[in-house]
Design a protein around this ligand. Structure first.
Ligand SMILES: Cc1cc2nc3c(=O)[nH]c(=O)nc-3n(C[C@H](O)[C@H](O)[C@H](O)COP(=O)(O)OP(=O)(O)OC[C@H]3O[C@@H](n4cnc5c(N)ncnc54)[C@H](O)[C@@H]3O)c2cc1C
Ligand code: FES
Length: 341
């Protein structure tokens, strides 16, 4: 396979090689470079770089993570650009983005699915190699007939059986989820590239852990909680899960936690529903409102004392981040989150 030289000009100059069918972000991370990024999906804009010399192909020219103004100024998204020639780019690499597990591409076979709610299912795939990732990370799935890759977070832990599990929520008219829910059959093959993501479980500080998720954000927080209950460094540490859904039929977390003795003996679960019109809402006896309000009402004055892991749709993650940072001045280093663009 042809590969190209990517020369990085900036505070600390470097050069790496990138395969002709790889993104600049993928190439940088595979070579152990800390290229800043968040979603790897064209949505957040945090992987922007300046193209100084050479030619790229943009996989998704209309990706919302790049404004027309930034584009005019020569900026591009590293997660959506593939090199066509040797390149010189301007970017600032950061040590915290050097991958703990370098992403790699592999083939997966669909081996099973378990329905969790009317529109959320845990899908299981098997690879021929060990499944290597950290709790809370995600992978890019290349689904037959679907343009562009889709990011999904693993719900299980790294394992030697090659199992990659993902809790996925069906999106109305979504192309990727239509393939997963309606077309894919047992034994079908898809391609995976991963792991990616920086919001993985940290075991090296003394704070208790709060996991917060809305809807499909459940997948990575399940992985984080499963990792936390098995980490010797976190023995005895408090673990709380806050989960929000539209209506009672979305609230599957009590059953998931109850079915796992390790989780049920350690994890305190809090749930809320946000849609008064959802089926069964009038009989719901638990909390009502958005999940960030549930966090605030439950934790009270102690809210600054925890490490937070949160995932889900951007309106949910943004509301929680704003509340923690602006209202309670929780330091950024206590927050790890993924926004599901
Ligand atoms: C870091 C991260 C982790 C995620 N984890 C989960 C998870 O665990 N569970 C879950 O249910 N969802 C997760 N998502 C959301 C998921 O990636 C999909 O956006 C969602 O399933 C809808 O996909 P769809 O194809 O059905 O919808 P569509 O509306 O068809 O596509 C939506 C998404 O696909 C991408 N996309 C669309 N067109 C293109 C294109 N031409 N080229 C490239 N990309 C394109 C964009 O990211 C867009 O937001 C995650 C998202 C991110 C960013
Ligand atoms: S990482 Fe490229 S746009 Fe989010």
């Amino acid at each position: 396979m042809t590969n190209f030289s990517i020369r990085v000009s900036g505070a600390d100059e470097k050069e790496f090689r990138c395969e002709a069918d790889d993104t600049i972000l993928g190439g940088a991370l595979r070579n152990g470079n800390g290229f800043p990024y968040e979603c790897n999906s064209g949505g957040c804009g945090s992987c922007q770089f300046e193209l100084l010399d050479g030619e790229v192909e943009e996989l998704w020219p209309d990706a919302p993570g790049l404004s027309p103004r930034a584009r005019e100024r020569g900026r591009r998204l590293a997660c959506q650009c593939v090199p066509k020639t040797d390149l010189t780019i301007k970017a600032s690499f950061r040590d915290e983005y050097v991958p703990a597990v370098a992403p790699k591409k592999q083939s997966l076979t669909f081996v099973g699915a378990k329905q969790l709610t009317p529109d959320m299912t845990e899908f299981s795939f098997k690879a021929s190699e060990d499944a290597e990732f950290l709790p809370g990370q995600f992978a890019m799935l290349d689904l037959p007939g679907v343009e562009g890759l889709r990011a999904y977070s693993m719900s299980n832990l790294a394992n030697a059986d090659g199992l990659w599990n993902f809790v996925i929520k069906r999106v109305p008219d979504g192309k990727g989820t239509a393939y997963l829910f309606d077309i894919m059959k047992s034994g079908d093959e898809i391609s995976l590239d991963g792991p990616y993501g920086n919001s993985y479980l940290r075991t090296d500080n003394g704070r208790e852990i709060i996991c917060v998720a809305g809807g499909s954000g459940l997948s990575p927080v399940l992985s984080i909680l499963r990792g936390a209950v098995q980490a010797p460094e976190l023995e005895g540490r408090g673990l709380k899960l806050f989960y929000g859904g539209r209506g009672p039929q979305d609230i599957c977390v009590h059953d998931i936690v109850a079915a796992d003795p390790l989780l049920s003996s350690r994890v305190e679960v809090h749930t809320a529903i946000s849609d008064e019109e959802a089926p069964g809402a009038s009989e719901w006896t638990g909390a009502r409102g958005f999940v960030h309000e549930l966090v605030k009402n439950t934790l009270g004055d102690d809210i600054k004392e925890f490490d937070y892991y949160f995932c889900g749709p951007p309106p949910m993650t943004d509301a929680l981040q704003r509340m923690l940072m602006l209202e309670y001045k929780v330091p950024a280093k206590q927050m790890y989150f993924d926004r599901f663009y």
